[in-house]
Design a protein around this ligand. Structure first.
Ligand code: ADP
Ligand code: MG
Length: 277
């Protein structure tokens, strides 16, 4: 699965920390939660980097920092040679088209009032990447890429299953031909029976489009199936980074070993339920 081309990371997160303060009612004390604690990692062009850790270990906070949805208290986020924390305006929007996200819950992440065509082509419209008269065909191509029926452009998300919705979210993320897609637990909200199918769409996406992926999950078995390298997070820190091929043999950190034992989850590769066309 190694697709790394080029020798410079496309994403480089350096010494990033993020603290939340949570004011408690009736007390003066402000509690500080250090959600991300001095994290450094990188993603090479076309590489899939997994981030794995239990709930509360800081994975989503890290994803939000990369997406510019949270501002870290320290550190830098370099994307395609530009510090994302410093850049603003048109340049930030231009980089925004190169950086897309797939969220955990496909029920809340897709506007129910928009058709599939409007949903998957919105990034093209927003970033001025296609003419109006091209959108129909682009929609068909994108739906096909995620193994959905290209005739479904006029449907609404309400008519789709969770797995189909998540594939719409992936098609939408692919629309602007981004360099990096951040997937935050993209299959955690789905029935176990359709997870493999959505994961396979993600693997195809990496292979066919050379898109880099930051793949977040709490299940190490899933992450090593989809990723080239895996960073293990524990209490806001990255405790270990491994080549996926070296798992389980070269696992060092006791926390990673515990994760391995906790999640033997066998993946079903072929699935016929929830099929598209
Ligand atoms: P994960 O995605 O690995 O489950 P998160 O990044 O969501 O972890 O959370 C890391 C820590 O930060 C947790 O202790 C969580 O309770 C806390 N946290 C996350 N978001 C907020 C917030 N908006 N305000 C306060 N604390 C938060
Ligand atoms: Mg999370």
């Amino acid at each position: 699965m190694a697709r790394s081309s080029g020798h410079r990371p496309m994403l480089e997160v350096k010494d990033v920390s993020l603290a939340y303060s949570t004011g408690k009612l009736f007390t003066r004390r402000k509690e500080r939660v250090l959600a991300v604690d001095n994290v450094s990692l990188h993603v090479m062009p076309g590489e899939a980097l997994g981030i794995v850790g239990e709930s509360g270990s800081g994975k989503s906070s890290l994803a939000k920092i990369v997406m510019g949805l949270e501002t870290p208290s320290a550190g830098s986020v370099d994307f395609l040679g530009t510090d994302l924390l410093k850049v603003k305006g048109a340049e930030r929007r231009r980089l925004g088209a190169r950086l897309q996200m797939v969220f955990q819950d496909p029920y809340s992440s897709l506007n129910p009032k928009m058709t599939l065509k409007q949903l998957v082509t919105e990034p093209l419209v927003v970033h001025g990447l296609a003419r109006r008269d091209e959108l129909e065909q682009r929609c068909r191509d994108l739906l096909e890429k995620v193994s959905l029926d290209p005739e479904w452009g006029d449907r609404y998300p309400g008519a789709l299953s969770g797995g189909q919705r998540q594939r719409v979210a992936i098609a939408r993320a692919l629309a602007s031909s981004p360099d990096l897609i951040v997937c935050d637990e993209p299959v955690s909200a789905l029935d176990a029976s359709i997870r493999a199918q959505v994961l396979n769409v993600l693997v195809d996406m990496q292979r066919d489009h050379g898109v880099g992926t930051l793949f977040i999950a709490h299940d190490l078995a899933i992450v090593r199936h989809v990723c080239d390298r895996v960073a293990v997070m524990h209490r806001g820190r990255v405790v270990e980074v491994l080549d996926a091929a070296d798992i389980p043999e070269r696992v060092q950190h006791p926390y990673t070993k515990a994760l391995l034992e906790a999640n033997p989850s066998p993946l079903r590769k072929k699935d016929t339920e929830d099929a598209g066309p």
